[in-house]
Ligand binder design. Sequence first.
Ligand code: ZN
Length: 331
Amino acid sequence: MAMTIDTTPSDKPFLSLGAGITRIDTGFFRKGMAACYLMERTNEQGIVEIAIVETGIAKTVPLLLQLIADKGYSVEQVKYVIPTHVHLDHAGGVGGLMSALPQATLVIHPQGARHMIDPSKLQAGAIAVYGEAVFNETYGVLVPVPEARVQVAPDGFTLPLGQSTLTFYDTPGHARHHFCVLDSLSNGVFTGDTCGIAYPELNVNGVPFLFPTTTPVQFDPQAMKDSIGRLLALNPDYFYLTHYGAIAVTPDLQVALYEQIDVLVQIAEAHPDASERHDALCEALMVNMLTRYREQGGRLSEAQARAFLDADVGLNAQGLAVWLERKNSTR
Ligand SMILES: [Zn+2]
């Protein structure tokens, strides 16, 4: 099935990709940073069933409800809410969204369920990283989800949606509470953060500029490569990235993904001294990305490209440092 590959950033919050899948801009920090997806599928009785993959943050909830209303559906038609993992750009809006969707079941990785039922630890962790003011401004309050509405999805779990099937794969590497979801109708995978980030603004002649995300605190390079390998073995035609949008899965892209994980690890290992690591590691990661961007033919100015990559470079440096310390301490 041919899907819309959005190679240019869009000003619209909603973009229909085909196969009953709509991409929604979550409004997380800036336009084009984080997406979520609404899937609509007709069952044998001719009734449309809806699933939402990723929820964005609290302020994404009214957007999703508006889209459901615009399409002429009732909130009762939403069967599943499916965050790929519990990081807040993916699952921050879960509680508020579930409150508005009376028939929906929250489908979550077994290791993430307790944080949805009681988000206090998640909230405390995020406040520790961002500070209370930024947390309140960005995420608002995390709403708990009643345990009876939570379905855990272990590896190989399947769910019917209309006449299609969603299959869940345990995909550690970015986080241990991360699964990816294969959609049988479009032969695409909702990859969360397992298969990297590609901002449409950095596409070059329609080719995504894809790079891994090593956010703290559970980055594991070998697990990430194994997870990507498992997903690629399914022969998907598309990855639906949370950051950001649908990309076609090509042999070049597969090679680049593996290579970049190794490159990030090598760059981290070249900065063994924890006391003066962060700034140097950030700059080394940025230079690697900018060099690769130029090699690919990228034409944005250095300042523009840096602006798109800056936040992820900082997070990647932190996550690589945590991984390096963990590896050195268990030797
Ligand atoms: Zn993310």
